[in-house]
Design a protein around this ligand. Structure first.
Ligand code: NAD
Length: 263
């Protein structure tokens, strides 16, 4: 899986085709969508229109909360594949664990079938806390390839990253730029950007890359889409890494997976 991909949350279906096309032209090969984003068709159109061979692309989608359960998962997966216009996805994720419903193990068993059938080349989860992963790993046989969690300099997720590393699960960061707002104006990040002649977004993405996180920044602005992938031709030194790591506040922008139960 490419370490840097393109996220399309909140990109309307009608805009997704052009945003993904811009991203593919800029060199992105991995796209992160979800059934609930309502833009799998737009993503699929961009993939179909591009001349890039399917095997060079990495498409991720996610199962929405209302489709937990063995049979419902199989049906939802068929719908996603159809909207994407693909014969397989590279990665299929359970979007949220919904621990109060007690359905993620059964749901993941359907994921194991999709994996065995080759229609989901890899399977994983999103927003799972270590305790949810423990339950899952105990009850099933395929270790999730990935856990996609909220992760940025204000929420560094040390315990989760450590647990993932022990289990051989890749950590994928959602909202890697902290959704852009305050994070990109933090003086320590701006100072490091000036030192390297880069933008604050590039500094934050480079910090993730050096930590080993997979990142999926989102933008619909072509110049920013291009800027966000230009992070493999410079590096941060120990001091820069430490200054960013000192910004942790354990502060979530999104819901707490222990209690989130919508949809
Ligand atoms: P992000 O951290 O990628 O921030 C995106 C925002 O930052 C943009 O809307 C824009 O305002 C700003 N931005 C982007 N590039 C910039 C640049 N170069 N300079 C200045 N500002 C810039 O936030 P996100 O969209 O929440 O997260 C990225 C992806 O993660 C989503 O698109 C989605 O694919 C995924 N995601 C997954 C979950 C989940 O539950 N699994 C939840 C949220 C997001």
């Amino acid at each position: 899986m490419p370490q840097l991909g393109f996220g399309v949350w909140q990109v309307p279906d009608a805009e997704a085709e052009s945003a993904v096309t811009t991203a593919l032209e800029a060199g992105y090969r991995s796209i992160d969508t979800a059934a609930i984003y309502g833009n799998e068709e737009g993503v699929g159109k961009a993939v179909a229109a591009s001349a890039i061979p399917r095997e060079d692309l990495f498409v991720t989608t996610k199962l929405w909360n209302s489709d937990h359960g063995y049979d419902a998962t199989l049906r939802a997966f068929d719908t996603s594949l159809e909207k994407l216009g693909l014969e397989y996805v590279d990665l299929y994720l359970i979007h949220w664990p919904l621990p109060s419903r007690g359905t993620f193990v059964e749901t993941y068993k359907a994921f194991e079938k999709l994996h065995a059938d080759g229609r989901a080349r890899a399977i994983g989860v999103s927003n799972f806390l270590p305790e949810h992963l423990e339950t899952l790993i105990e009850a099933t046989s395929v270790i999730p390839a990935v856990n996609q969690i909220e992760l940025h300099p204000h929420l560094q997720q040390h315990a989760a990253r450590e647990y993932h590393a022990e289990q051989g699960i890749a950590t994928e960061a959602w909202s890697p730029l902290g959704q852009g707002k305050g994070l990109l104006e933090v003086p320590a990040i701006v100072a490091i950007a000036q030192k390297h002649g880069r933008t604050p977004a590039q500094i934050v993405l480079r910090w993730h890359v050096q930590l080993g996180n997979i990142v999926i920044p989102k933008s619909v602005t072509p110049a920013r889409i291009r800027e966000n992938i230009e992070v493999f031709d410079f590096s941060l030194d120990t001091e820069d890494m430490a200054a960013i790591s000192a910004l942790n506040e354990d502060r979530r922008l999104g819901p707490n997976p222990a209690t989130f139960d919508m949809g």
